[in-house]
Design a protein around this ligand. Structure first.
Ligand SMILES: C[S@@+](CC[C@H](N)C(=O)[O-])C[C@H]1O[C@@H](n2cnc3c(N)ncnc32)[C@H](O)[C@@H]1O
Length: 385
């Protein structure tokens, strides 16, 4: 048993089954033993899983171009802020800052780069990675400490790491799946749904029919997350990349076992409840509910597409002028092909963006090749702005 498993077991023996989001919060974010907060998580070739950031510097360099375009759309202000959340060891921040210094120096001169990082171990790793760039970056412990800002809030694979509520349809009602112990190992047990209005509202929109036994995850944390960001965003965008689906795809019978997964050393683990704190836990994002939550806060959906199409738009900004590629740019091009390849990262990952107080008549480069985002997401109400 891991030290964290022993603590969780004690808690279950004292207080009864643990809601799954609580289990996931401890497994990932317990300050001493959590997979992320302890600094144990390893991303990339020698770690547990790949992300677009770990493919190489190209993802950050492409996004640096997108951020410069946003700065331009805002009228080239002297105080343009990028807030990054889920910055892990600071690789994306480095790639963006270096890319912007090379390709968009004027924007770099107006830039304030803020990282939101609750983990002390990761704050330390970020400063070490940033090296000479560290003085250009501010790190705050939580969203509460953010100033009011104009610019962009950016995240890559943050939302899929938020603790989720796990539910199961009995044929008559949704029940919560909580974590208990059978004496040997952790196991799921059913419990009545908690009295939470946001949870009930999301479940009331699940497309019928749902087969008895269907399991799904509900990410209530995104509602709180959007509310907190939206409270600080004066003008600009909330821009997130992550893997996931529209509501119709998310609740498709093909996903009747849900999307919760555990990863260790690039292998999907059979039982997500074993070895808490030592494996990554993640659930796919349901983008339609995310967009509805954003619109209810007065944010405007300005694009939703898969990473393949987003990369075609961003690649046009980045590679179009290049007449000949040096060795680093050739590596960038190979990374770019991985990011956009439909069989690798192009189809599973999606980009979604919301705006406030900006003129969006022309789509941002990342959404230049997107289809009608509202229709794809199945959004019915007109946009809030
Ligand atoms: C799957 S990793 C992605 C890391 C990085 N963005 C990348 O693409 O390689 C998820 C990251 O989100 C971070 N995270 C989760 N919840 C967070 C929160 N509330 N505030 C800041 N970071 C958070 C985790 O610590 C972890 O570094």
């Amino acid at each position: 048993m891991t030290p964290l498993a022993t603590r969780i077991l004690d808690r279950i023996q004292r207080s009864g089954p643990l809601p799954f989001d609580e289990f996931m919060r401890l497994a990932l974010y317990d300050e001493t033993h959590g997979y992320y907060s302890s600094g144990r998580a390893q991303i990339g070739r020698g770690g547990d899983f790949y992300t677009s950031v770990s493919v190489g510097r190209v993802f950050g360099r492409l996004l640096a171009r997108q951020f410069a375009e946003m700065w331009d759309r805002l009228g080239r202000p002297g105080d343009f802020t990028i807030v990054e959340e889920g910055a892990d060891r600071g690789d994306f921040a480095c790639d963006v800052l270096e890319g912007m210094q090379d390709d968009s120096p004027e924007c770099f001169g107006s830039l304030r780069y803020l990282i939101v990082e609750p983990s002390a171990a990761l704050r330390h790793a970020q400063l070490a990675k940033l090296g000479e760039l560290a003085p250009t970056v501010e790190i705050v412990n939580s969203r509460d400490e953010l100033p009011a800002f104009s610019g962009v809030h950016f995240s890559n694979e943050l939302i899929d790491a938020f603790p989720v509520v796990r539910v199961q349809w009995t044929g008559k009602q949704w029940l919560e799946q909580c974590v208990s112990s059978d004496g040997e190992a952790f196991c799921f047990v059913s419990a009545p749904l908690r009295p939470d209005a946001a949870l009930r509202s999301i479940l009331s929109k699940v497309p019928e029919p749902v087969q008895p036994g269907h399991v799904a995850e509900v990410n209530l944390e995104t509602v709180k997350w959007l509310r907190e960001i939206s409270g600080h965003l004066r003008r600009g965008w909330v821009f997130a990349f992550d893997y996931g689906h529209t509501r119709a795809e998310f609740f498709d019978p093909a996903r009747r076992n849900g999307t919760l997964s555990a990863y260790s050393q690039h292998q999907r683990q059979e039982d997500p409840l074993q070895r808490p704190g030592e494996v990554d836990l993640t659930a796919h994002v349901e983008f339609t509910s995310l967009a509805e939550a954003a619109e209810s806060l007065g944010l405007r959906l300005c694009g939703f597409t898969d990473q393949h199409h987003a990369m075609v738009g961003l690649g046009k900004l980045h590679f179009e002028d290049a007449t000949s590629l040096d060795a680093a740019q050739q590596r960038d091009l190979r990374g770019f092909q991985t990011l956009m390849h439909p069989g690798l990262m192009g189809r599973a990952f999606k980009a979604i963006c919301f705006s406030r107080g900006v003129e969006d008549e022309k789509p941002l480069a990342a959404f230049a090749y997107a289809r009608d985002s509202r229709a794809v997401l199945g959004l019915t109400c007109p946009s809030a702005e």
